[in-house]
Ligand binder design. Structure first.
Ligand SMILES: CC(C)(COP(=O)(O)OP(=O)(O)OC[C@H]1O[C@@H](n2cnc3c(N)ncnc32)[C@H](O)[C@@H]1OP(=O)(O)O)[C@@H](O)C(=O)NCCC(=O)NCCS
Length: 177
């Protein structure tokens, strides 16, 4: 397992984050769906994001982003409930060495410190189950996007004392373009 240094992004990382994100998704089963552009649009729109890079020997090899998500309950009440983890990327040559896990752990730790109640994610059920994310439908949360595979929408509950009201979770509109 290679140990990367995880730190918050700076303005000097913007291009590296674009490159890492594009390379990671282009070589994945999902393909490149403009994830790098979503990150840049969120920054441009001054959305309150948390963005971390993984660095090895001064090179950015991984990245993870947290952005606010909101919840619409069955009774139509909207609330801001936590954060969405997306996208997460590791350069293809550096995958499978624990760097993605390190980035996700760092994101969970910071979100916990900041008092967030939960983090949602859309992704491989087995991968995220091992990293603390349970099936979101177990706590009554659904994703706004249609056609999500069974078990792919997951949640990491950070504050067990805060009851989670069921409903539909919405990412920032920048994710819907
Ligand atoms: C998803 C991603 C961020 C994971 O990063 P990573 O650094 O490879 O993650 P880790 O090394 O911590 O864990 C990878 C898992 O795949 C396994 N693995 C083994 N060989 C691997 C390989 N060549 N490539 C990727 N994963 C491999 C690891 O053993 C580990 O399995 P585990 O869940 O049983 O522990 C990375 O693969 C990536 O950038 N993928 C493309 C973009 C993407 O799909 N993002 C996620 C969308 S939700």
């Amino acid at each position: 397992m290679s140990m990367a240094v995880i730190r918050e992004e700076t303005s000097a990382d913007v291009l590296s984050i674009r490159e890492v994100t594009t390379a990671a998704f282009a070589s994945s089963k999902y393909g490149d769906n403009g994830e790098a552009g979503i990150i840049e649009q969120l920054r441009e729109d001054n959305v309150n994001i948390l963005s971390f890079v993984a660095e090895i020997d001064g090179e950015v090899v991984g990245h993870v982003l947290l952005s606010p998500v909101s919840l619409t309950t069955e009774s139509g009440i909207n609330s801001s409930i936590g954060l969405g983890l997306a996208p997460v990327s590791v350069l293809p040559d550096h995958q499978g060495k624990g760097i993605g896990s390190q980035l996700i752990q760092a994101a969970i730790a910071r979100a916990t410190d900041l008092g967030a109640t939960l983090i949602v994610v859309l992704g491989d059920p087995a991968f995220y189950a091992k990293r603390g994310f349970q099936d979101a439908s177990d706590v009554g949360l659904r994703c706004e996007f249609p056609g999500i595979p069974e078990g792919a929408f997951r949640v990491c509950i950070l504050d067990e004392l805060q009851p989670v009201a069921g409903g539909v979770v919405k990412y920032c509109p920048q994710f819907s373009v």
